[in-house]
Ligand binder design. Structure first.
Ligand code: G3H
Ligand code: 13P
Ligand code: ZN
Length: 317
């Protein structure tokens, strides 16, 4: 069932992180729900503006409502990922979403505050919560590219002012991650001291880690062995860092790229091994199962594995 993002955050804060996965099509949705059933974990489904224009808002909502019917024991929230102001309002008014992210982090501080405050007012009036972003991740967010030089870690003092003035419910922090498959050159390093400092000033505020894919080396190698041409230096976040970040208030962890790698590997290997096949359901069925196993693995790393019953009891659903 669809619950509010706040409900999940209250259950998770300090104990585990809720995995937030981007969804674009039916196969991904089936793998996502199946995986969380296998893992007995709550989760957040994220819809980006790109997904909304790719599949269409009517189709995405129908896919998620159908998945909810097929997996009636699932507990999840529906969230707009990297929204602009207009898309936030559209989602708020739609009645389908649990929460929205307003990403005005590329604007100057005061403008980010003004936009975020407007979205918070509209969202709260409708019972939705709001994730905002302060600081800048590297990589590509929707259509805005932020190169590494311009990526800016979140400043804890600014974060305190920002959250108090906007009234946002959770905060996406820049602590060294970036979107996509090429996050680090050399050692992968998260600035955990930043989230520790932010938590000291904003105790209890759920923090969100974007750009949290781990980009497994083995996936990249298998993709390339099956005809892909990814840069072998692709590197992501060390999954073992999640357990260190959770006590500092990291409650939501965004993962998209790793799921794309699963899709790419499954399809490349399938068509390499069965070049005469043209029935897309064959790799599609493999993808659903592999995606589900990928979710089980992530749930263990996020400590959300086997938390479903506790959350159900807490929410009395
Ligand atoms: O942070 C962005 C997510 O990975 C969504 O990507 O905008 O291509 O759907 P997208
Ligand atoms: P990745 O590119 O690391 O999967 O990050 C996804 C994300 O932050 C979505 O908002
Ligand atoms: Zn993101």
């Amino acid at each position: 069932m669809i619950v509010t993002t706040d409900q999940l955050f209250q259950a998770a804060y300090g104990k585990f992180a809720v995995g937030a996965y981007n969804i674009n099509n039916m196969e991904q949705a089936l793998g996502l729900f199946e995986g969380h059933q296998r893992a007995q974990a709550p989760f957040i489904v994220q819809i980006s503006r790109g997904a909304r224009s790719y599949a269409g808002v009517i189709m995405l909502e129908a896919i998620l409502r159908a998945a909810d019917d097929i997996y009636p024991k699932s507990i999840f929230a529906v969230h707009l990922d990297h929204g602009d102001e207009e898309t936030c309002y559209d989602c708020i008014e739609s009645g389908f979403y649990s929460s929205v992210m307003i990403d005005a982090s590329h604007y100057p501080f005061e403008k980010n505050i003004a936009i975020t405050t407007r979205v918070v007012e509209r969202a709260h009036a409708r019972g939705l919560s709001v994730e905002s972003e302060l600081g800048m991740l590297g990589g590509v967010e929707e259509d805005i590219a932020v190169d590494e030089k311009h990526a800016k870690l979140t400043d804890p003092d600014e974060a305190e002012v920002f959250v108090k003035r906007t009234g946002c419910d959770s905060l996406a922090v820049a602590i060294g991650t970036s979107h996509g498959a090429y996050k680090f050159q050399g050692e992968s390093k998260l600035h955990l001291d930043r989230i520790e400092a932010i938590q000291k000033l904003l105790p209890g505020l759920p923090l969100v880690m974007h750009g949290s894919s781990s980009v497994p080396q083995e996936e990249v190698e298998r993709i390339n062995a099956a005809g892909g041409a990814m840069d072998p230096s692709a590197k992501g976040v060390d999954e073992n860092e999640f357990t260190k970040a959770i006590p500092f208030g990291v409650t939501k962890v965004n993962i998209d790229t790793d799921g794309r790698l699963v899709w790419t590997r499954v399809h490349r290997e399938h068509f390499r091994d069965y070049p005469a096949n043209f029935d897309f359901r064959k790799p599609g069925a493999v993808l659903i199962d592999e995606y589900a196993e990928f979710i089980v693995h992530k749930s263990r790393k996020l400590l959300s594995y086997a938390q479903l019953e506790t959350v159900r009891q807490r929410l009395q659903v």
